[in-house]
Design a protein around this ligand. Sequence first.
Ligand code: DAT
Ligand code: MG
Length: 143
Amino acid sequence: MAIERTLSIVKPDAVAKNLIGQIYSRFEAAGLKIVAAKMVQLTREQAEGFYAVHKERPFFNDLVSFMISGPVMIQVLEGESAIQKNREIMGATDPKKAAAGTIRHDFAVSVDENAAHGSDAPETAAVEIEYFFGKDGICPRTR
Ligand code: DAT
Ligand code: MG
């Protein structure tokens, strides 16, 4: 067990449904601290770059179009096992398969628009955090 940081995104569907606060509450209730946050209207280039690992997948173009369909809320979460913990709070990729009480189960209806993103491993978390917040865009929470 270790203190980790992970990249989280409240996706355009959840922002449009006014769910930022409810989603942030779940992070905080789970002991995850927000150490960086910003609302961004992603450009197509930014969204394509972020999801470059999926560029050969059949859903890539739809995914990018969805991610630029409205603003997203991007944050860095910090805490004990933050990467796995955030994945558990989000639930399975397909909301229909997500466990009750998870963000995707409670706030999303389809795999195409599934409310939240969370890094899946330490390596991707590091790359994704730097992609949106650079090397020094984090506010350490020492108090
Ligand atoms: P996750 O977001 O749970 O890490 P992923 O990395 O496999 O899932 O895929 C990234 C996003 O792409 C996912 O949140 C929604 C979309 N996606 C994945 N599989 C899909 C599918 N079969 N059809 C449509 N969209 C899909
Ligand atoms: Mg993923």
